[in-house]
Structure formats: structure tokens, C-alpha cells
Design a protein around this ligand. Structure first.
Ligand SMILES: Nc1ncnc2c1ncn2[C@@H]1O[C@H](COP(=O)(O)OP(=O)(O)O)[C@@H](O)[C@H]1O
Ligand SMILES: [Mg+2]
Length: 275
């Protein structure tokens, strides 16, 4: 069966402020989609809404994974159903070691029926797998003993996100600016690693401003978001290259309504002005 993640007419508000205004997107497992768009157009909001972040309220529309209504699931159930997001700004969890975090997460995602307190993946087995994944991604073994994202450099955080992707092996992964804060060599390594992990089996939604991350992850489709909507979709990587080389002026000109929405979203709201 072809597995499909389908987003239909999605409207999302954050703290009562409408951010997404009817997003449509269909992804099939095995496909790579690039998502571009100026800062503040709603790319991260789309990811957060797919993952079920409580601050991102879906006011209209649908998200389904095959026949399942994702919107009815808690974030941990979504992860168990095969959804994953590498965050643009990952949070630190001081006191929780990377290895323990990954062992819990991996166990839970692999055994959807597992209840709190039941056995984890056996330590030896897990360590072996973690070590080989870290080797594959050229990550220092010391990393496993550090607290999650605590004092990590920007690059280390992004690598930690890719390591999670490798361990969890989701059906669909959203990678939110996984190249930001990385130097050119690190972006190349990230691009290769993602291709290596994702293979032909994962659906990838790669949010990026550059085409470097796409070098080894050739997009089947490139989407442009503006003012909380996907305004244009192109086949392959051509559109990504155009936007990278020439910016978003053509897009703003072609979609004045979305551009006006974008301007309005950029403005602080009245309560922020008052406080
Ligand atoms: N957690 C949040 N709290 C308040 N506003 C938010 C939050 N997340 C997103 N927004 C607002 O939603 C709009 C879109 O942001 P975002 O989805 O981060 O855009 P992008 O990822 O395309 O840069 C912005 O105006 C931003 O300020
Ligand atoms: Mg973002």
C-alpha cells in the first residue's frame, strides 16, 4: 500500500492569531518535498501543527496519515504512527542523557503498545545500534553521555536531530532548517546523512533556504509558502534554485493576496503594542 500524509485546507492559529490560511499538501512515502518561503511565512507552524504542538491550534481543515485522522492523536501517538520533526530550535533537557532519551524514544516508537514502566530495548542491543548509527553519522561517541542539547553548539544540535531521525526511522519526517548554523562541510555531511537514512523509504519534507541540503536529497516537488499558504509548487529542484538565486520578489508579485497576508503577519498585534 502506498502510504500518504495528506494536509487539506489547513488553518492554524497561534495564541488566537491566524497563521496558516488553507494549506494543501500531499506526500507519499519515498518522496522528497522541499518547502521554501520567506521568514515568517508559516513553514515551522505547519510542522508544529502536523506534530500536534499544543500551542498551534487547528481551526479548520484536516491532516490524515493513510486513513487515520492525525488531529485526534496526541503528539506521542503521532510519533508512534510514524511522524517525526527535526526542530529548527531544539530545546535542551538538562539532566537527561542523549542515550537514555533515545532509548526511551526508540522503544516507545517501535512498540506502539508499550505502557509506561514496561521494559526498554535491552541495553546491549541498544548501545550497539546507537554506536553504529553514530559512526555512520560521524558523531563523537562522547555525545551519547551528554545531556540532550544542553550546551550544544548549533551544529551539534542539528546533528542530534539527525541522530534521532536515524534511530526512530519514521515514515514521514519534517526537517526544519536542519542546515541553519552549519558550515558548508557540515551541510554537505547533513545532506549525505539524511539521504543515507531516508533512502527510498521515507517521506521527507525539507524546510530550507538553501539548495545545498537538497544536493543529495533531490526533491520530487518544491513548494513555496507565503502568508500562510502554499502558493506555488514545482516539479524537481528548479524552483528551489530559482528562489535561492533570485529571492522571492517574483512570488510576492504573482500572489499579492498572500504577500499582503505576509505583511500583516509580520506586524506585532495590538496587545503586543499595548504591553
Ligand atoms: N510559538 C509562537 N508564538 C507566537 N507566534 C508564533 C509562534 N510560532 C509562530 N508564530 C508566528 O507565526 C508566524 C509564522 O512563523 P513561522 O511558522 O515560524 O514561520 P517560518 O518558519 O516560515 O519562518 C510568524 O508571524 C510568527 O511570529
Ligand atoms: Mg521556521
Amino acid at each position: 500500500m502506498t502510504e500518504t500524509l495528506r494536509i487539506t485546507n489547513l488553518h492554524v492559529s497561534v495564541e488566537g492569531k491566524p497563521i496558516l490560511h488553507g494549506v494543501n499538501l500531499k506526500m507519499t512515502r519515498g518522496e522528497t518535498h522541499a518547502l521554501m518561503g520567506p521568514n515568517g511565512s508559516g513553514k515551522s507552524t505547519l510542522g508544529m501543527a502536523i506534530m500536534g504542538h499544543p500551542k498551534y491550534e487547528v481551526t479548520q481543515g484536516a491532516i490524515t496519515l493513510n486513513d487515520a485522522n492525525i488531529l485526534e492523536m496526541a503528539p506521542n501517538e503521532r510519533a508512534r504512527a510514524g511522524l517525526f520533526m527535526a526542530f529548527q530550535r531544539p530545546v535542551a533537557i538538562p539532566g537527561v542523557k542523549m542515550a537514555d532519551f533515545l532509548r526511551h524514544a526508540t522503544t516507545n516508537v517501535r512498540n506502539p503498545e508499550r505502557k509506561e514502566g514496561e521494559d526498554l530495548i535491552p541495553m546491549r542491543e541498544f548501545r550497539k545500534e546507537l554506536r553504529s548509527r553514530m559512526e555512520q553519522l560521524s558523531i563523537d561517541p562522547e555525545f551519547a553521555r551528554r545531556y540532550v542539547n544542553d550546551g550544544f553548539s548549533g551544529g551539534e544540535m542539528k546533528r542530534a536531530e539527525i541522530l534521532q531521525l536515524a534511530m526512530l526511522q519514521p515514515k514521514f519526517a519534517i526537517l526544519d532548517e536542519t542546515d541553519s548554523g552549519l558550515d558548508a562541510d557540515a551541510v554537505r555531511l547533513a545532506s549525505l546523512s539524511i539521504a543515507d537514512i531516508g533512502g527510498a523509504d521515507m517521506g521527507l519534507l525539507i524546510i530550507t533556504h538553501h539548495d545545498k541540503l537538497l544536493e543529495h536529497n533531490h526533491p520530487d516537488y518544491t513548494h513555496v509558502m507565503l502568508g500562510g499558504r502554499i502558493v506555488e509548487t514545482g516539479n524537481g529542484v528548479e524552483l528551489a534554485k530559482e528562489l535561492h538565486d533570485h529571492g522571492y520578489d517574483r512570488i510576492r508579485g504573482a500572489y499579492p493576496d498572500a504577500a499582503a497576508n505576509h505583511e500583516a503577519m509580520e506586524k506585532p498585534n495590538q496587545t503586543e503594542i499595548a504591553s
